[in-house]
Design a protein around this ligand. Structure first.
Ligand code: NI
Length: 262
């Protein structure tokens, strides 16, 4: 019995599924059954944050977890469930039922080729319930279709921004100004990954406090500039570098446990 993952690789390019051939994937599957699927969202992140924040961050963490473990990383599912952000231009959302269908189909594609451990690295809280519903549907489908993977398929969702060390660090750096949306921690990671975003950073007035989430009109009324209790101008690129290290370290541990478990 070999290890459940290949181990650290030199280059991110060697773990990107989109840069592999089917022959390489088939060979990989003879030894390893795990794969990482990043999911984000394309949605407003306050007046100074990038629309792609949740996808940019989830992808970076996923690739870093892939680099540390050698586990393949699929292209990012960059559209998520962001209905409540549709009051702001640039937001592109999938309805919950659409996202469930998309994730279900992606998991079924992977499972039909023998991937048994699907590790979803998520960058957006709004995706959680739909992704979990998709897992339940996928288990049902592999059974109904009598796929050979059926008894072995396991799917797991992890949120990089909720990794314990990330959470502690965000509290330490920003206190209550971390807020709930367009948070300085996620913005810091985008600043580290894409320095051109620094030009947008200006000090903002105090945000509306975080509260309930309903429809898009209600959201814009409660949170007029799109932020929920956050002060994204506190974000620094070097914080982002630290968040990336902490998140990828914690999630690599999670992944190795997930791959090793029955
Ligand atoms: Ni976000």
């Amino acid at each position: 019995m070999g290890s459940v993952f290949p181990g650290e690789v030199e280059s991110l390019k060697s773990i990107r599924l989109d840069l592999r051939s089917w022959v390489e994937v088939e060979t990989y599957l003879k030894h390893y059954k795990g794969i990482i699927l990043p999911i984000g969202s394309t949605e407003q992140h306050g007046p100074t944050g990038a629309i792609g924040t949740d996808s940019i961050t989830a992808e970076a963490v996923a690739l870093e977890v892939g680099r540390r473990t050698g586990i393949y990383v699929t292209p990012t599912q960059s559209f998520g469930m962001a209905e409540h952000h549709l009051g702001f231009p640039g937001t592109m959302s999938l309805k919950p039922t659409t996202l469930i269908a998309v994730m279900h189909d992606l998991i079924l594609s992977l499972a039909s080729h023998g991937f048994e451990r699907i590790f979803v690295i998520n960058g957006h809280g709004g995706n959680i319930s739909s992704v979990k519903a998709a897992f339940a549907q996928a288990y049902d489908s592999v059974r109904a279709r009598n796929l050979s993977v059926s008894p072995y398929l396991r799917c797991k969702l992890v949120n990089w921004f909720m990794a314990e060390q990330v959470f502690i660090e965000a509290r330490k750096l920003y206190g209550d100004s971390e807020g709930q949306h367009a948070t300085p921690s996620e913005i810091a990671l985008t600043l580290f990954l894409e320095p051109s975003l620094l030009m947008k950073q200006i000090e903002l007035p105090k945000a509306s406090p975080a509260g309930p989430i309903h429809g898009p009109e209600d959201f814009r009324r409660r949170y007029p500039d799109g932020r929920m209790g956050s002060a994204p101008h506190l974000a620094k690129p070097k914080h982002g570098e630290s968040f990336l290290a902490k998140a990828s370290f914690a999630l690599s541990e999670d992944l190795s446990n997930f791959l090793a478990a029955s």
